[in-house]
Design a protein around this ligand. Structure first.
Ligand SMILES: [Cu+2]
Length: 215
């Protein structure tokens, strides 16, 4: 008895999915057509080499300038001090980003900079497990030093937009979600001269750019 009551609605429901499919396709098509063009984005990949070998230590590859304001991330970027080293050694950030400087060593560390673009800050000296914040307000290269350990050195590269990448051990980099267009792509390295190339990013897909630094 119960099966005879349940069965008819099931039978009626079966043909529905094929009928709904054109409506779904129409909705997806409409949604895609309403997306702003900035939703289209390509990827820049490549390698940075020095005298034919992967660049060491890491370089930063970035789009030089875009006439647009990019808000900094809402959460701080972390630079740690581990085994007497700043980690990471090179940190690219967008203007306005707050960096949280940690100390994970058992000894005390200090963080200061002689760089004017970061107001020659000195955050003081603090023990293991504590941290201090600094917000980088102007673009440029900032060297990080520790008064307790003169051999400690690292870099923050403050950029005007988030389209940047740090090179990996094999010298390769990937900059994702880049709006299509023609840009000036630059390489920053602590010891080598800056390099520049013009790059045209497609609406989707990949463009490859390789750098071979010489000095
Ligand atoms: Cu130190």
């Amino acid at each position: 008895m119960s099966t005879s009551i349940v069965s008819p609605p099931r039978a009626r429901q079966l043909p529905r999915p094929p009928r709904q499919l054109p409506l779904v396709l129409l909705t997806v098509g409409l949604a895609l057509s309403l997306l702003p063009t900035s939703a289209l984005a390509g990827t820049i990949t490549g390698k940075v080499q020095y005298k034919g070998r992967p660049i060491k230590p890491e370089a930063v590859v970035y789009i030089d300038s875009l006439n647009k304001h990019f808000p900094p991330p809402s959460k701080p970027v972390v630079i740690d001090q581990v085994k007497m080293k700043f980690v990471p050694h090179v940190t690219p950030i967008v203007v306005g980003t707050t960096v949280r400087f940690l100390n994970s060593d058992s000894v005390q560390h200090n963080v200061f900079t002689p760089s004017k673009v970061a107001d020659k800050f000195n955050l003081g000296t603090w023990p293991s497990g504590q941290s201090k914040n600094y917000t980088f307000k102007r673009p440029g290269e900032v060297v990080l030093l520790c008064k307790v350990h003169p051999e400690m050195e690292a870099y923050v590269v403050v950029l005007t937009n988030p389209f940047f990448s740090t090179t990996t051990r094999d010298g390769s980099f990937t900059i994702t979600a880049v709006p299509p267009g023609t840009y000036t792509l630059k390489v920053w390295h602590e010891k080598r001269k800056p390099a520049t190339q013009t790059v045209t990013v497609p609406a989707s897909g990949n463009v490859q750019v390789n750098f071979n630094l010489r000095r």
